[in-house]
Design a protein around this ligand. Structure first.
Ligand SMILES: Cc1cc2nc3c(=O)[nH]c(=O)nc-3n(C[C@H](O)[C@H](O)[C@H](O)COP(=O)(O)O)c2cc1C
Length: 207
């Protein structure tokens, strides 16, 4: 026992940035949010969730061939804070992300996420296509898990200046009908600001 405690490295606190993305916009936002987290001096883990394949197709490999790796329940349980992102799907989160949360009962039972800070972000095809409803409907699982929810304060000028995405409920991006619209400068600023705020608050809670 003494040997173990002497030589085992304590786990470094980290923020989990967990997202699903089909066309890449939400993934880009996740990486900008991670930059913001790191600018607050916190470590970060970026994780995604697999596509949901119909039963008739071959299951995906457990490690993706490219890109960010899939989130485990341990990744979620051990985080010091969470940024959760999903594309807007009919005004709601993607079923891939909902499926992941439906597997978190063990964490709910032992209160693994109690009192940890969390925020949400999304990407949609159109400007008024349901970003806010997606962000708000991503929150109930986090409330059930006892997390503390952070939005984006209006003190950040980009929130008032933006002509596309960006809401008080969380960062957002309008990707256009062909998913080919780049993140605007204001959308990028808001992603990084959201990550920074999450990192700073997680750090204060750990002190
Ligand atoms: C099944 C489905 C439903 C969608 N529903 C909406 C919607 O309700 N509102 C909207 O603006 N865009 C909708 N979209 C478009 C995506 O939200 C948009 O392309 C988003 O930027 C994709 O994010 P990604 O690049 O991270 O995959 C939908 C796309 C799919 C495939």
């Amino acid at each position: 026992m003494f040997f173990l405690t002497k030589f085992m490295k304590p786990m470094q606190p980290y923020i989990l940035v967990l997202y699903y993305s089909k066309y890449g916009s939400t993934k880009e936002m996740a990486h900008l949010i991670a930059n913001g987290v790191e600018s607050a001096g916190m470590s970060v883990k970026i994780r995604t969730v697999p596509n949901i394949a119909p039963a008739v197709t071959i299951a995906e490999p457990s490690i993706p061939e490219e890109g960010d790796i899939y989130c485990t329940l341990d990744d979620l349980a051990n985080c010091a804070g969470l940024a959760l992102g999903s594309p807007t799907r009919f005004g709601n989160m993607a079923s891939e992300m909902k499926y992941f949360w439906d597997q978190t009962t063990s964490l709910w039972l032992n209160g693994a996420l109690h009192n940890k800070p969390a925020c949400v972000f999304t990407s949609s095809g159109s400007m008024h296509g349901g970003q806010e409803s997606t962000l708000l409907t991503m929150l109930p699982p986090l409330f059930h898990h006892g997390m503390m929810i952070l939005g984006l304060p209006n003190a950040i000028p980009a929130l008032s200046n933006t002509k596309t995405g960006g809401t008080p409920y969380g960062a957002s991006h309008v990707s256009g009908p062909r998913h080919d619209q780049n993140l605007s400068q204001d959308e990028k600023i808001l992603c990084e600001a959201q990550g920074k705020r999450l990192g700073e608050i997680a750090k204060k809670l750990l002190d």
